[in-house]
Design a protein around this ligand. Structure first.
Ligand code: SF4
Length: 92
């Protein structure tokens, strides 16, 4: 009788394990509010023209809105998004 349910149990356990593997990084993100450098694949070098200093998430002098820790202006991560050009102030 119990051997009849065995494949179903294996499938259920696999689904549970897969779900946990998917959830754990998101739970850790939810706790800190930011991604770790490893999760963001942070590197200490720019990627071509892309670097933290011209990313829209960069907060001078050395922070990031979405990646935790000290951030270098010349670093890069996979979440890089080009910072929008600043519009001139005072023109009407
Ligand atoms: S590239 Fe952008 S998102 Fe990534 S660490 Fe630098 S400032 Fe943050």
């Amino acid at each position: 009788m119990s051997t009849h349910n065995h494949p179903r149990r294996i499938v259920l356990r696999s689904l549970l394990a897969t779900g946990c593997a998917w959830c754990l990084p998101r739970l850790s993100l939810a706790q800190s509010g930011k991604m770790t450098k490893a999760q963001a694949q942070y590197q200490n070098q720019p990627k071509g023209d892309q670097k933290c200093g011209n990313c829209m998430h960069f907060i001078p002098p050395d922070s990031c809105l979405i990646v935790e820790g000290s951030i270098s202006t010349d670093a890069w991560c996979k979440l890089w998004i080009k910072k929008p050009a600043e519009e001139p102030v005072g023109k009407m």
